[in-house]
Design a protein around this ligand. Structure first.
Ligand code: PXP
Length: 250
């Protein structure tokens, strides 16, 4: 029986988002700290992939960072990008392992909500098709809602990433409610045949409950890890996060 349960447990991958290594570097405009060095260290500490968001305004990750990450990192790159012609051309040129399509507004501090997939069907469909044809795994960053999951299937996306921001920010009963939304959405994604990822805002106190949702196979985590790295080092922060994920999944 135990063996059967173990066989059913899907491994949970950790994607480490290195955007804020670039944020710190850009504060002075030099070359230190280097996001590629952080990517290498993350891989050694147990990351299964590196995530980087190339924003329209290049506020953190730069075009050169993407070129260097593709060339130097020995872990798969998940490129976060808006579904624009410019970003699609960049992705097709570099052919990262994966692309996560996110909504983007210039004035936001971070990605504030999920994509309105149904409302953007005309724009998203050709982007997903072109990236998929190039062998890139495409995910859509969405709120944990049935309507968005169904729209993701309709536009041909193989993967969704559920926005965990509302869960991480909520307290008390509201947090339980947000966790239930994530659990329902993860089950619905699996029933629809979508690969399910999650991320945004996760830290040591919130990662366990999300990692315990068995349909989820990848978490993408950045800001908290970089903040923790200031106090105890990046290697230790990633290893601690990895251990919490593995514990919850087991
Ligand atoms: N997933 C997506 C789609 C994101 O946009 C971000 C933030 O760039 C993350 C995950 C990671 O969020 P955080 O930095 O809060 O851990």
């Amino acid at each position: 029986m135990i063996r059967e349960n173990q066989a059913m447990i899907q491994p949970l991958r950790l994607g480490v988002n290195i955007d804020h290594v670039a944020t710190l570097r850009n504060a002075r405009g030099g070359r230190h700290p280097d996001p590629v060095r952080a990517a290498r260290l993350a891989a050694m500490a147990g990351a299964d992939g590196i995530t980087a968001h190339l924003r329209e305004d290049r506020r953190h990750i730069s075009d050169e960072d993407i070129t260097r990450l593709i060339g130097a990192s020995d872990v798969p790159l998940n490129l976060e990008m808006a579904a624009t012609a410019e970003m699609t051309a960049i992705a097709l040129r570099h052919r990262p392992h994966a692309v996560c399509v996110v909504p983007e507004r210039r004035e936001e501090r971070t990605t504030e909500g999920g994509l309105n997939v149904a409302g953007q069907r005309k724009n998203l469909e050709p982007v997903i098709r072109r990236l998929g044809d190039a062998g890139i795994r495409v995910s859509l960053f969405i709120e944990p809602e049935s309507a968005q999951l169904e729209a993701a299937v309709a536009v041909g996306a193989p993967v969704v990433e559920l926005h965990t921001g509302a869960y991480c920010e909520a307290i008390g009963a509201a947090r339980d409610h947000e966790l239930a939304r994530l659990a329902d959405a993860a089950d619905r994604a699996a029933a629809l045949g979508l690969e399910c990822h999650a991320g945004h805002g996760l830290g040591y106190d919130t990662v366990g409950a999300v990692a315990a949702l068995s349909p989820i196979v990848e978490l993408n985590i950045g800001h908290f890890l970089m903040g923790e790295a200031l106090f105890g080092g990046l290697d230790g922060a990633i290893r601690s996060m990895r251990a919490l994920m593995d514990q919850a999944r087991a």
